[in-house]
Structure formats: structure tokens, C-alpha cells
Design a protein. Structure first.
Length: 404
């Protein structure tokens, strides 16, 4: 008997389950409640077995024939199609949901590698888990990603949309690396918001307004001091807020940023000017016996780097100098130092930029003297700006380096 849609539709249920056979083990099972299921009856290693192909009409007759043909082909190859089906069902059952993938990504990748992992967790729990949390990670498509980005933009998010895409892309790429997914749904998806490279450098008047405005800003004393220390050392905000007292030699005036705290994973020595040491004295008075310069009240560790960003954003209007970020302080310090005649090479050493070549490996500490002179000069220059003095700290002459 050759199955047709009309024949299947006309089959009426009976008091007990029954089956009709087309041939080669391809059959249709009808239950008393009217459910109609395509099956394959076959023998494997001398045992009679059954395999469910799909339920009609969700599975079309043509699709059932195709599934039947594939199963028969496996039998010819000496493979049990029923066992393959059970493995697929088990894999589907254990396949991680997006919610589970988010938690595993945060614990296994983000936390060990990113100081800003709380921001990743915040974005994922705000915009990803509520949207796709219960779905299997492998079910997420490129169209899902694009729709999510459209919704974020419609909500008014701008740069945040790009940051969310970057975070989600990293998570799915990580899942591919671990064999959880075969391909990332983010492939081919571009950042929807065009970003302009930031070149914000504060003027001397803005610097004076900012520094003096810190005392009136609605932020914690720790955030105020972190911004001051970042400005005086031209360091990265993330390296400042995670700093530990054990990394400081206050007697000789050095801060050694260890590999694990350095953004580029290179240890870095920062000379401490008199102005920086004065700020550190205030930091010590605030943090007490904590091993961290800027301890968190809740975690028992250091504050989150993003807390300083939030403090600045919350007080932008009160500062009255327009839009700026903590990173702009680092850029401003570097720009003013070069304007004082300090060479770009020395400023690059202060900023701990990545260098290439064999020489860079052996050259990590050979500019300590120049860095100290430069940051001492910068500390005095910043002090004169803050106090509104016209001291001549504009030009700095560093001693010539000896050959060899």
C-alpha cells in the first residue's frame, strides 16, 4: 500500500492502537486519541526494533519518506538508526540553554580574564537572559542577533548596543571554541552604531575646574582619590582601582603593577611623584587596614572599575566641562607631558604601551630614571594648573642617554 495524504487523513482511530504498513518497515501508528506517527520497523543484530520518525501532520509525508530512506541507509552501513536517534535526543536534552551558557561564560572565561567582568554580567543579565534564557544556545540565529540589536537601538541605546554585541559575540565564539556550538550566530553581524575615535584632551582651565570640582562632586572619597591618582600617574583606571598596598614602595616612591593586574599582561613600574604620594597618604586614611587601596564595601575585594565611570557620569553636569571619561585623564596627562618636551618614547614607557621586538623584552626597566623625571615634572605642572599659578613647567629637558 502506498501512503498518500488523503489516505492518512481518512484513517480513523480505533479503541486500541493499530498500525498500517507501506513496505520496507515504513509504517504509520494510530492511537485511540487520533495521533498518527510515522515509524520504522527493522531488525538489527537479530533483534526486532522500532524507531519513531515523526508525528503527522507536523512531519509531512515527504519528510517522513526522507527520514525513512536515511535510516535505511544507516542500516546498510551497519549502523543502528535508533541508537543514533537516542543519542541525538540525549544531546538535545543536555544542550545548554542561553542562560546556562551565560553563567558558564562569566565563571570560566570572563571572571578569570577581565577586571570588567561585572559589566559583561550586567549586560548579559539585562538584555540577553530575559530574551533568550530558556532557549537552547544552538537555536539562536543571526536574525535573532539582528533583532536584538534593533530593539536596543529603538530603546535609545547607542554605544551600549555595540558593547552588547561585542560581549555576546565573545560569548558565542567561546562556546564554539569549547565545542558547545558549531558556529556562532554573530558571524557577519556588524556593529550597528558608528563610533568616532575619542580624542578628548582637557585644557588647563578644564583641568583646574575638574580637580577643584571633585571636592564638591557627589561621589565616594575613594572615587575622588582614584581619579586623582590615575591623573597623576597617567595609569589605566582599571589598574588603579585593583591596586594592592603590597605593590607599593612608599619609601622609595615606586608602584609595581604586577602581570595579573596589567591590562597588557606586562609588569610595569610607576614612579610616584610627591603629589602622587600625597594622594596615597589620603587613600591610606580612607581604606584603613584593607589590603586594597580602594576596597569594596560588599565584596571584600576592590571596587569594580565601572564604579568610577558611573561616578563621573553621574557628576558630569556638576563638573561643567562637558563630556569626558576617566580614560581622558590618562590621555590628557600624556598629551601635556609631550607638550612639556618629554619625548614620546618616555611617555609611551609611562603609559606601558605594548612594544614589539626582542629589544622591548630587555628594555622594560631601562627608562626608570626618565619616567621618574617626567612624572615628577608632570606632578608639579598639574599642581600649578590646579592652583592657577603661571609657573614655568612647560618645558622639561631630560638628560641624554648614554650609548650602549
Amino acid at each position: 500500500m502506498k501512503f498518500t495524504d488523503r489516505y492518512i487523513q481518512n484513517l480513523k482511530p480505533r479503541e486500541t492502537r493499530f498500525e498500517v504498513l507501506e513496505g520496507l518497515g515504513f509504517l504509520l501508528r494510530i492511537t485511540p486519541n487520533g495521533s498518527k506517527t510515522f515509524c520504522l520497523a527493522y531488525q538489527f543484530e537479530g533483534r526486532n526494533r522500532r524507531m519513531t520518525l515523526g508525528t503527522y501532520p507536523e512531519m509531512k509525508l515527504s519528510e517522513a519518506r526522507e527520514a525513512h530512506a536515511k535510516a535505511r541507509q544507516l542500516l546498510k552501513q551497519g549502523v543502528d538508526p535508533g541508537e543514533i536517534e537516542q543519542e541525538a535526543k540525549q544531546e538535545e536534552k543536555t544542550a545548554p540553554t542561553v542562560s546556562a551558557l551565560v553563567e558558564e561564560y562569566i565563571e570560566r572565561w570572563a571572571k578569570p580574564r577581565k577586571r570588567t567582568w561585572p559589566e559583561d554580567a550586567r549586560m548579559l543579565h539585562k538584555d540577553i537572559v530575559p530574551r533568550w534564557g530558556k532557549r537552547k544556545a544552538k537555536e539562536i540565529t543571526r536574525q535573532d542577533i539582528v533583532r536584538m540589536l534593533d530593539e536596543l537601538q529603538d530603546r535609545g541605546a547607542t554605544i551600549t548596543t555595540n558593547r552588547t554585541l561585542a560581549c555576546v559575540r565573545k560569548m558565542f565564539n567561546w562556546a564554539v571554541e569549547r565545542g558547545v556550538l558549531d558556529v556562532s550566530p554573530c558571524i557577519g553581524v556588524r556593529a550597528p552604531v558608528q563610533e568616532m575615535q575619542r580624542e578628548r584632551v582637557l585644557s588647563p582651565d578644564e583641568i583646574q575646574t575638574f580637580w577643584n570640582g571633585l571636592n564638591k562632586a557627589g561621589m565616594s572619597e575613594g572615587s575622588r582619590l582614584a581619579l586623582k591618582l590615575q591623573f597623576l600617574t597617567a595609569s589605566r583606571k582599571g589598574e588603579v582601582v585593583v591596586a594592592k598596598w603590597e605593590d607599593f614602595d612608599l619609601i622609595n616612591g615606586w608602584w609595581t603593577i604586577p602581570v595579573e593586574d596589567s591590562k597588557n599582561k606586562m609588569a610595569h613600574r610607576v614612579p610616584l611623584s610627591a603629589q602622587a604620594l600625597a594622594v596615597l597618604k589620603s587613600v591610606k586614611a580612607v581604606c584603613g587596614d584593607s589590603p586594597w587601596l580602594f576596597p569594596s564595601r560588599t565584596t571584600g575585594k576592590h571596587v569594580a572599575p565601572t564604579s568610577v565611570d558611573h561616578a563621573v557620569r553621574k557628576n558630569l553636569e556638576s563638573f561643567g566641562i562637558g563630556q569626558f571619561t576617566p580614560h581622558d585623564l590618562r590621555r590628557t596627562a600624556a598629551s601635556l607631558m609631550t607638550g612639556m618636551g618629554i619625548s614620546r618614547l618616555v611617555v609611551s614607557k609611562i603609559l606601558n604601551h605594548v612594544e614589539s621586538g626582542v629589544t622591548a623584552v630587555y628594555d622594560r626597566h631601562s627608562y626608570d630614571a626618565e619616567k621618574r623625571m617626567a612624572l615628577d615634572a608632570w606632578g608639579k605642572r598639574l599642581e600649578s594648573i590646579i592652583e592657577g599659578r603661571q609657573d614655568d613647567h612647560n618645558v622639561v629637558t631630560l638628560p641624554a642617554r648614554k650609548a650602549g
